[in-house]
Write a protein that binds this ligand. Structure first.
Ligand code: AMP
Ligand code: ZN
Length: 481
C-alpha cells in the first residue's frame, strides 16, 4: 500500500497527487550538474531537495528509478579544457569525482542511472533524424540543425510564455545557444551545432557533418532511453523551466507524438546574504568552504533544505548555527529513543531503506508526515517533529512503546536524509570543585617540569575522584567521568 504524495506541478500550476504510469514504480529524471567546476551550495539546494523528494516517495511505499545525467560536453566544459590544456574527459572526470564525493558527504542517495551526454551521441543523432523526417527541424548550410518552434503548437505550455515574448527572450536565455548560427527564427533552438574552431578536437561525425549536440537534446534522449515507460517526474532548478525544459518537451513530444513527463517540479534559487552567488562577490560557497568554518555537511544540508523548496531562500552563516542546534535536538532524541527501544540507528535506517516498517503507524509523528508528503513542507514537518519530541518522555516508555516511536521518528529522519552521526554534541562544561582544580594545576606544573612520576600520580588521583584530564596544546581541560 502506498500513501499519497503531493507535489506542485509547474505544468498545471497546482499541487497534484503523484500517480505513476506503472504500478508503484516512479521514474524521476533530474537534470544533473555540468561537470567543469565544483558544484556550489545553490546547485546543492536543488539536488538535496530532489533527494528529499525521492526519499519521501520511497517512505510512502513507491519504488523510485532515479536518473540524473552528467553534462560533460557544452561551451563551459570545452572552455575549461582549453584553459587547463587538458583533454575534455580528464576535466569532466575530475569534477565528476568531486561531485560524487560531495553527494556522499551530504548523505544523498546515488541515482540508479547516471548517464553522460558524451556516451549518448547516437541516441541524440537518432532523435534529430526523426525530427527532421517529421518536419519539426531543419538543417542549415553550415551543418547545424534547429528545432522549428513554430511547428509545435504547445510550445510555451510549461513556462506559459507567449509566442511574441519568445522571439526576443529565447535567444538571450540560453548561453549554450548563444553562438552565431543561421536560424530561421530567433526562437528556434539548436539541436546539432556544427564544428567551430573553438571546439578543438571535441566533435562527432553526424549525417550533417562534424559537430556536437545542443545542451537541451541530451536530457530528452537520455530520459527517453532510461525512463521511456516511466515518464513520471522531471525536475531541476527554476532557471531550467525556460528554455531548457520547454525545449526538452518540444523535442521529445514531437519525436514521439505523446506526452513527455507528466509532473514537472522546480526548486527555487538560493541567494547568499541577500544576493546572487558569484565569484566576484566572494560569496560562492562550496561544501568545503562551509566545512572549513567548522560545520559538517549535515548542518549545511539542514540549512539548505529547511525552507520551502519553492521559495527563494537566503543563506546566511547564522542559519548554520540554528541548523546545528536543531540537529543536536534531533540527535539527542534519536539517541534516547533508540536506547529505550534497544535499537541501533544504522540498522534501523538500513531496514527503512530496504522497505521495512513502511506500513507501521506514524503515531504522534502523523502531522509531520502529512506535511512532508504535501509538497515537501519541510519547515512545517520540522515544526511538528519538534512538538512531538517535546511531548515524549523517553524515560517513561517500555521498550515496545519506544520501538514504535523510534521507527516512526527514523522514517522521517530517513526521508529528510540527515546523517545524525555527523552531528557533534559538545558536552556541557562541568563545574569543577576548587580542590580538583588545584590538583589539576599541580599536575600540569609537574608535567611542565617533566616530573613524570608526580604527574602520573596526580592524574591517577584525579581519575579516582571521577575526573579525567584532557591535555591540550597550551593547557588542559577537565571532564567529569
Ligand atoms: P548546472 O550545473 O549549472 O547545470 O546546475 C545544476 C542544477 O543546479 C540545476 O538544476 C540548476 O537549476 C540548479 N541551480 C543553479 N543555481 C542555483 C541556485 N542558486 N539555487 C538553486 N539551484 C540552482
Ligand atoms: Zn536537463
Amino acid at each position: 500500500m502506498m500513501s499519497e504524495v503531493f507535489f506542485h506541478n509547474t505544468l498545471s500550476r497546482r499541487a497534484e497527487p503523484i500517480e505513476p504510469l506503472k504500478g508503484n514504480v516512479i521514474g524521476m529524471y533530474c537534470c544533473g550538474p555540468t561537470v567543469y567546476a565544483q558544484a556550489h551550495i545553490g546547485n546543492f539546494r536543488t539536488f538535496l531537495s530532489q533527494d528529499v523528494m525521492r526519499r519521501t516517495l520511497q517512505v510512502a511505499g513507491y519504488k523510485v528509478i532515479h536518473v540524473r545525467n552528467l553534462t560533460d560536453v557544452d561551451d563551459k566544459t570545452i572552455k575549461k579544457s582549453h584553459e587547463e590544456g587538458k583533454p575534455l574527459n580528464e576535466v569532466t572526470e575530475h569534477w565528476t569525482r568531486v561531485f560524487h564525493r560531495d553527494c556522499e558527504r551530504f548523505n544523498m542517495l546515488p541515482p540508479q542511472i547516471e548517464p553522460k551526454a558524451t556516451e549518448h551521441i547516437d541516441e541524440q543523432i537518432s532523435m534529430i533524424t526523426t525530427l527532421l523526417d517529421k518536419g519539426y527541424a531543419y538543417s542549415t548550410d553550415d551543418g547545424s540543425v534547429y528545432f522549428r518552434v513554430s511547428s509545435f503548437d504547445d510550445y510555451g505550455k510549461l513556462s506559459r510564455l507567449k509566442e511574441r515574448e519568445l522571439t526576443t527572450s529565447a535567444a538571450d536565455a540560453s548561453p549554450n545557444d548563444s553562438d552565431e548560427y543561421e536560424r530561421d527564427s530567433m526562437a528556434d533552438f539548436v539541436m546539432w551545432k556544427s564544428r567551430k574552431e573553438d571546439d578543438g578536437d571535441v566533435f562527432w561525425e553526424s549525417p550533417w557533418g562534424e559537430g556536437r549536440p545542443g545542451w537541451h537534446l541530451e536530457c530528452s534522449a537520455m530520459a527517453m532511453k532510461y525512463l521511456g515507460s516511466h515518464l513520471d517526474i522531471h525536475s531541476g532548478g527554476e532557471d531550467l523551466i525556460f528554455p531548457h525544459h520547454e525545449n526538452e518537451i518540444a523535442q521529445s513530444e514531437c519525436s514521439c507524438n505523446s506526452q513527455f513527463f507528466r509532473y514537472w517540479i522546480h526548486c527555487a534559487h538560493l541567494l547568499v546574504e541577500g544576493g546572487k552567488m558569484s565569484k566576484s562577490l566572494n560569496n560562492f560557497y562550496t561544501v568545503d568552504d562551509i566545512e572549513e568554518r567548522g560545520f559538517p555537511p549535515v548542518v549545511l544540508r539542514y540549512a539548505l533544505t529547511s525552507g520551502a523548496y519553492r521559495q527563494t531562500i537566503n543563506f546566511t552563516m547564522d542559519s548554520l548555527h540554528a541548523a546545528q542546534s536543531a540537529l543536536v535536538r534531533l540527535k539527542r532524541f534519536s539517541d534516547d529513543v533508540l536506547q529505550a527501544a534497544g535499537l541501533k540507528r544504522t540498522a534501523l535506517l538500513k531496514a527503512i531503506n530496504k522497505g521495512k516498517h513502511l506500513q507501521d503507524e506514524w503515531g504522534d509523528f502523523a502531522p509531520a508526515w502529512e506535511k512532508l508528503s504535501h509538497d515537501l513542507n519541510i519547515p512545517g514537518a520540522l515544526g511538528s517533529i519538534f512538538t512531538a519530541i517535546k511531548g515524549t518522555k523517553t524515560a517513561n516508555l517500555n521498550s515496545e512503546e519506544a520501538a514504535k516511536i523510534a521507527i516512526a521518528y527514523h522514517k522521517l529522519i530517513y526521508a529528510l536524509g540527515y546523517n545524525l552521526d555527523q552531528v557533534v554534541i559538545e558536552k556541557p562544561k562541568a563545574d569543577v570543585p576548587e580542590e580538583i582544580e588545584d590538583l589539576a594545576k599541580q599536575r600540569w606544573e609537574a608535567k611542565q617540569a617533566k616530573d613524570w612520576a608526580s604527574s602520573d600520580q596526580l592524574r591517577d588521583e584525579l581519575q579516582n575522584r571521577g575526573w579525567k584530564i584532557l591535555d591540550r596544546k597550551d593547557g588542559y581541560e577537565l571532564e567529569a567521568l
